[in-house]
Design a protein around this ligand. Structure first.
Ligand code: ADP
Length: 574
């Protein structure tokens, strides 16, 4: 492109120069030829004058003069005139001659240009010859064609030389522009050749350095972007950049998972989130340049309540004076909220459980202080018995509460010794302790005999294992009706040992079975209280079983009884 332009420009300038030079040359050569021709014609006219002068006299009449003119014209093959009369205004050559000088005039005739030469004669006469300028015109034509021919030739040579020269000079420029175009079209790897030592070399070096730097920056940016994406997508929190129109500009995987939003896609769940009054107001508050201090809002997802704490930061786009987007971060605080709710419920339940026996104790103590009642020995004994029972119940409750608190402490859990030990001796000790109590209540209690070659071991904490058995058998003793049966059995699997504590009775309904391991849950509150239960025994059992790596469930058949089945890791024989 640039090459063509330069060639056209240079050739145009050359053409104008040639034209000027040609015009100058042809006009100077023409004036030279014309002068030469004039000189020649003057000499010829002077020669005729010399021939004519002896025959002229002051008395020569017009007739004689015409004869002479005719003879001379014929001899010299040109028009020869002897002028005696005053010349017209246009006859410049005659007027010059009548003043004693030579006169010249060129006229355009039908047969081409003619040169009129006039010189003075004696007796106030003038000699004029008319000379055809055909030879001058031919010469003129020859000069013109030569100039045109030479010009064309020169232009032709100049064209090729120029083309070659300019091609050489503009090649780096063309390579540069082609490479830059490729680069701009997205071919980042394109670089300029560095084989030029001049300005193009410097330009190419500069371009290549810039392109390398840009490539490095781009790689760094991509790496950074990738890193950020990984961080964002692996965050526990959901993050979204939302613009004033409510469109998602950016979001992480967690946000898509929780609220269904994804960049560039419409989603009903996300629309619902935006329609949420709290979120909507929060978005607009943040857009008014106020940092979101965090709101708490709930959603129901898959029939489960989820609680979020949301933080918002207003953001501006480049060249904007006001925020156009809001970065929202959603913390899932459901678990925390649940824990908090559980703790609140636990504290209020525990307070309630403690206040009930306390109220009873206080009531009976007050009554005992009353002189009338206090003096009745039988009544006093009865009341003191109740106070003692209630105090025992409180003690039991406090013991269980302390146990729960201890189990909640990681340090305590980690300090417990986990070891291999045989099951059989512990069950025997338990049976020895429980048997008399069972008999007292007219219950049949037994531990199923195991016909084993070598003892089955547990890998657990001995005290905890005993506590599990005690809690379950105590319950069985409490809730088995008279003449009922309680039995403990176990079966060793390859990894776990499964224990079953069974007792007869009316059984536990499905709904109660689901909640039975919750803290303070009782199937029959009055009965449990009457039996001195705290409502914590089973939740302690479940907690311990799970800490030890096992699990527990309850099975029950109405009218038949209840089975508590739990597993614990089997120990390895040395
Ligand atoms: P509690 O101190 O009231 O016994 P637990 O947590 O030990 O508290 O038991 C919770 C409830 O489960 C009891 O109140 C009782 O209603 C029921 N339960 C526990 N064990 C048995 C059982 N072996 N037979 C029938 N019901 C039982």
């Amino acid at each position: 492109m640039i090459r063509k332009k330069i060639i056209i420009l240079v050739l145009g300038i050359m053409l104008i120069l040639y034209l000027i030079m040609g015009l100058y040359l042809s006009s100077s050569m023409l004036s030279f030829t014309t002068e030469k021709f004039k000189e020649k014609c003057l000499w010829q006219t002077m020669y005729i004058k010399a021939e004519l002068t002896p025959t002229l006299s002051p008395n020569s009449n017009a007739e004689n003069l015409h004869k002479l003119e005719a003879i001379l014209s014929k001899t010299h093959n040109m028009t020869v005139e002897i002028v005696t009369t005053e010349p017209k205004h246009s006859e410049e050559e005659l007027r010059q001659a009548f003043t004693g000088h030579e006169g010249f005039r060129i006229i355009n005739g039908v047969q081409g240009k003619k040169l009129l030469v006039a010189i003075p004669l004696a007796h106030n006469m003038v000699l004029r010859t008319t000379n055809s300028m055909a030879e001058v015109e031919a010469e003129e034509e020859k000069i013109r064609s030569s100039i045109v021919l030479v010009s064309c030739l020169l232009m032709f040579i100049a064209f090729f030389l120029l083309r070659h020269f300019i091609a050489k000079q503009t090649k780096p420029l063309e390579v540069t522009s082609a490479s830059v175009r490729q680069y701009l079209s997205g071919q980042d790897s394109v670089r300029l050749p560095l084989n030029d030592n001049g300005e193009f070399g410097v330009l190419a070096f500069g371009f290549n350095t810039l392109a390398d730097n840009y490539a490095d920056i781009k790689i760094d940016l991509q790496r950074e972007k990738h890193k950020n994406k990984i961080i964002l997508n692996n965050m526990d929190n959901a993050m979204a950049l939302i613009n004033a129109a409510g469109h998602l500009v950016e979001c992480n995987q967690q946000f898509t998972e929780w609220f269904g939003g994804s960049v560039g896609k419409e989603n009903e769940e996300y629309e619902n989130l935006l329609r949420h009054t709290k979120i909507n107001e929060f978005l607009h508050q943040c857009l008014k340049e106020q940092d979101g201090t965090g709101i708490v809002f709930n959603i129901i997802k898959n029939n489960k309540k989820k609680v979020f704490k949301v933080f918002g930061a207003p953001m501006r786009e480049a060249f904007q004076n006001y925020p156009t987007m809001v970065l929202m971060v959603f913390h899932d605080i459901t678990a925390m909220q649940e824990l908090y709710d559980k703790q609140t419920t636990f504290v209020s339940n525990a307070s309630h459980e403690l206040s009930t026996p306390l109220t009873t104790i206080r009531g009976f103590a007050d009554t005992l202080l009353d002189e009338d009642t206090g003096s009745d020995a039988e009544l006093r004994h009865k009341f003191l018995q109740i106070i003692l029972e209630e105090a025992k119940r409180m003690q039991g409750l406090i013991k269980d509460l302390l146990q729960m608190a201890k189990l909640d402490q990681a340090d305590y859990r980690e300090s417990m010794l986990i070891e291999n030990f045989a099951i059989e001796p512990i069950l025997k000790d338990l049976a020895a302790e429980v048997q008399p109590q069972a008999e007292k209540r007219d219950l049949l209690f037994y531990v199923e005999e195991q016909d084993l070659v070598e003892p089955v071991l547990l890998y657990a904490n001995k005290d905890w294992f005993k506590q599990i058995l005690v809690n379950l058998t105590e319950n069985a003793l409490k809730y088995t009706p008279q003449k009922g049966k309680i039995n403990i059995s176990y079966a060793g699997g390859s990894e776990q040992v499964e224990f079953t504590v069974f007792n007869t009775g009316e059984g536990i309904g499905q709904e109660d079975r689901r909640k039975i391991f919750e803290r303070f849950y009782r199937v029959d509150k009055a009965r449990s209280r009457a039996q001195g239960g705290s409502g914590l025994g089973l939740s302690i059992v479940k907690f311990i079983v799970e800490i030890l790596g096992g699990n527990i469930r309850v099975e029950s058949e109405p009218g038949v009884g209840v089975s508590f089945i739990f597993t614990l890791p089997r120990g390895k024989n040395a």
